[in-house]
Design a binder for this molecule. Structure first.
Ligand SMILES: [Ca+2]
Ligand SMILES: [Ca+2]
Ligand SMILES: [Ca+2]
Ligand SMILES: [Ca+2]
Length: 449
């Protein structure tokens, strides 16, 4: 066995400020558009469409060409999509109860993730981990379950008494809203979490009043907190273990999202609901969209923000913008042997990421001969070194090395026997000549045996 080492170097470089906040429509329809989500340049959403009867589907588009494409069509109700890198997940009732399905953008392949006979809802994804809210143990006792896309294994993340709901995930950390301490009042949601790599539960906020809508990116967990009576935004830093009140204005807030250092939400003010943002490391609030109509359901990945916008009274709209901020440049260099397959994404080239953004990285088997070029592990600061699909937090300069095992043997699917290689050792030499000479006048007809 030979070991081929592919170097994948991720480097944060100099910071370049970006200016200008131009809004642009992503999708306009006379029918319902809901739950837009963004990862990289891909936006997905739920959309109703008329195919003789009204149906619900999951659609997507690439912001680089704005061409809409279907991800899941059909008579079933599909809802609540999420995506990370190449994989889209959503809840789907094609089997008469809610299940979780997935779709690989690069291949167009759909696959079931959980088809248990009870309801599974609100799926979220980061790297190779899909997490959802599951009611197989009781409708008033929802739990948090997960699925590893690489191993194909389903697992329980939290099955405490009471409802656990609204999960979010970033890398190895899952967070959710938890009612185990609520005693049926419905006014004491807490924030709990779970470290998937260490199989350990995390207590994030158990204040006696209501905490809800947790979101996570890297080391930052954020949520809406009602301990003061108003809806404030709090943060917990998983690294320093510190809780910080981020936004303590009295306005009504909904739909919290975070990527890297940037927290965004929908804020009710004099222009109906607006999309506002706050940069945690700069301690700075900034407006994203303050158009006079309602802006709701925001999502953010890196510096791309999208939302549902009601500025057109006749049609539904999904809008987007690129928020300003220092650009952390991530340079990826792939070193591979001449002729070896390049199956690491993001691919060779230069990519820009926001500070503290969580980036999916993927090393895949070479499709032509998956049993020869086999991913073994990552070296570097990744969430799970043994998973071919995982994440990395861009909180500093990073170097990541993908180690592939090259199990080439003579006669394998990428190294077939050569014509004239009579002893099947993948070389044509004097041994083959001698075999040929010895059999030169041999009878090969059946009657000679
Ligand atoms: Ca189900
Ligand atoms: Ca439960
Ligand atoms: Ca609480
Ligand atoms: Ca507005």
């Amino acid at each position: 066995m030979r070991i081929t080492i592919w170097m994948v170097i991720l480097t944060i470089g100099i910071c370049i400020p970006l200016y200008g906040l131009e809004e642009f429509p992503i999708r306009t329809s006379e029918m319902q558009l809901l739950y837009p989500k963004v990862s990289g340049s891909i936006v997905v959403w739920k959309e109703e469409y008329n195919d003789g009867i009204v149906k619900q589907g999951i659609f997507g588009c690439d912001l680089s060409d704005m061409v809409r494409f279907p991800i899941c069509l059909g008579t079933s109700v599909t809802n609540a999509p999420d995506l990370d890198n190449d994989i889209v997940v959503w809840q789907d009732i094609r089997n008469e109860n809610s299940d979780i399905y997935g779709y690989r953008l690069s291949t167009g392949e759909e696959f079931p993730i959980c088809t248990d006979s009870f309801d599974q809802t609100m799926p979220v994804i980061s790297g190779n981990m899909v997490v959802w809210c599951d009611n197989r143990n009781g409708i008033e006792n929802t739990d948090i379950y997960g699925y590893n896309l690489i191993t194909g294994q389903e697992f329980v993340i939290c099955s405490e008494a009471g409802n656990q709901t609204g999960p979010a995930i970033s890398g190895n950390i899952v967070v959710w809203k938890d009612y185990r301490n609520d005693a049926g009042s419905g006014t004491n949601g807490d924030i709990y979490g779970y470290n998937l790599l260490e199989s350990r539960e995390l207590v994030i906020c158990i204040n006696s009043l209501d905490q809800n809508s947790p979101a996570i990116s890297g080391n930052h967990v954020v949520w809406f907190d009602k301990r003061s009576g108003s809806t404030h935004i709090y943060a917990f830093n998983l690294f320093t273990k510190q809780e910080i009140p981020l936004i303590t204005t009295s306005s009504f807030k909904s739909y919290l999202a975070i990527s890297g250092d940037n927290v965004i939400w929908s804020d009710l003010g004099s222009n109906a609901r607006d999309i506002l943002g706050y940069n945690i490391s700069e301690s700075e609030a900034f407006p994203i969209c303050t158009n006079s109509a309602d802006q709701v359901l925001p999502d953010i990945n890196g510096y791309t923000v999208i939302w549902k916008d009601a500025r057109d009274p006749l049609r539904q709209n999904i809008y987007g913008t690129y928020i300003p901020g220092p650009v952390a440049q991530l340079t990826m260099q792939v070193n591979a042997l001449e002729g070896d397959p390049h199956t690491v994404t993001p691919q060779k080239g230069i990519h820009s990421y926001a500070k503290n953004e969580v980036v999916s990285i993927r090393a895949e088997r070479f499709v032509d001969c998956p049993y020869v070029y086999r991913f073994d592990h990552w070296e570097g600061d990744v969430a799970n070194p043994n998973s071919a699909l995982t994440t990395i937090i861009m909180d500093s300069d990073k170097t990541v090395t993908a180690i592939f095992m090259d199990d080439r043997v003579c006669g394998d699917e990428c190294h077939p026997y050569l014509t004239g290689d009579l002893n099947w050792d993948c070389e044509i030499n004097l041994v083959d000549m001698s075999i040929l000479a010895n059999n030169w006048l041999g009878c090969t007809k059946p009657e000679c045996d």
